[in-house]
Design a protein around this ligand. Structure first.
Ligand code: PMP
Length: 323
């Protein structure tokens, strides 16, 4: 679907997958004016196809649009685009356990204009790709590299928006993590360099001995829909949930004293993945052969059971896409 300043949103259509023609002066290529979302379509045992909280993705896209000076896409257009894609490509939603069809809605500035101002012509697309487990080795606990040289987002920047520039800024840090044998990079805040932010593509949650779950509160991280859902499920079970600033020292000391007993990463792609080890240049937290945490794995099971229709959906999170 396209947008222009004069005409608003217009020309919704389904077209065969293939290259997009772009003017070499299109603003997205020069100034990175683009945003995206990521969510999945799940096949249930009866063959029906569902998505998980797509309304939350639609609203987050609207917040990202606001920050990147892009037009707001109405929620019903977002959902309709997913439905139309599934109507054509529903056969691509796999049925093997823990697989899904990853959906990637994205919006970009396509106006040919070399000046720096919000573009007057924009396009919104959705593409899809079948997905299996995100990390090699299924849900084996992962090692994470603590980046001290790079930060992902600055104060007043675009950290809370899902925009390509944030990921571009994280690529060298992610490559550094891989060189150290780590699956993801952990970023700290850019002002004091001590508060936990998030991983390259996931949020983080710490579990304390008394069952409290703590997750970083920051206006420069992406508000994950997986994190919000997991924390809701934990609250339903009676756990205390704290969204607050949490420092790397608190994690280090809490892990050493036995106060922090589990840590996990969460996001649409990784679902919920236990963290075994944090590796920094001059210290480590945990150990590479640590077992997956019990609460981590049971919250993961509860969430995936809801997503795959294996247990009731008490919060009305699932939306059927193929009917
Ligand atoms: N943080 C970042 C930087 C991400 O890319 C993602 C994945 N979208 C998340 C957090 C988790 O968000 P969600 O649970 O909505 O996928």
């Amino acid at each position: 679907i396209c947008w222009s300043e004069m005409g608003g949103w217009h020309r919704p259509r389904v077209q065969p997958y293939g290259p997009i023609a772009l003017d070499p002066a299109a603003s997205v290529l020069h100034y990175g004016q683009e945003i995206f979302e990521g969510l999945k379509a799940y096949r249930h045992a009866d063959g029906s196809i569902w998505s998980f909280r797509p309304d939350a993705n639609a609203r987050r896209l609207q917040r990202s649009a606001k920050r990147l000076a892009l037009p707001e896409l109405p929620e019903q257009y977002f959902i309709e685009a997913l439905r139309q894609l599934i109507a054509i490509d529903g056969d691509w939603v796999p049925s093997a356990p823990e697989t899904s069809l990853y959906l990637r809605p994205f919006m970009f500035a396509k106006e040919a204009f070399l000046g720096v101002r919000p573009a007057h012509k924009v396009a919104f697309y959705v593409i899809a790709s079948p997905a299996g487990a995100y990390f090699h080795g299924g849900v084996k606990p992962v090692s994470i590299w603590l980046s001290t040289q790079y930060s992902r987002a600055g104060k007043g920047g675009t950290g809370a928006a899902k925009t390509g520039g944030n990921y571009a800024a994280s690529l060298v840090a992610q490559a550094e993590a891989a060189e150290h044998g780590c699956a993801q990079v952990l970023f700290l805040d850019s002002v004091e360099g001590k508060w936990l932010e998030e991983l390259g593509g996931m949020n983080i949650v710490l579990v304390y001995k008394d069952g409290t779950l703590v997750t970083p509160q920051s206006d420069s991280i992406l508000e994950g829909i997986t994190r919000d859902s997991i924390l809701q499920l934990a609250e339903d079970r009676g756990h205390t949930v704290e969204r607050r600033r949490v420092s790397i020292d608190e994690w280090r000391e809490g892990a050493a004293s036995g106060d922090i007993v589990e840590a996990f990463a969460c996001g649409t792609a990784a679902v919920v993945t236990p963290i075994a080890l944090i590796k920094a240049a001059d210290f480590e937290i945990g150990s590479a052969d640590a077992e997956a945490g019990e609460l981590t794995m049971s919250l993961r099971a509860e969430l995936t059971d809801i997503q795959y229709g294996r247990r009731p959906d008490p919060h009305g999170w699932m939306l059927r896409l193929d009917a």
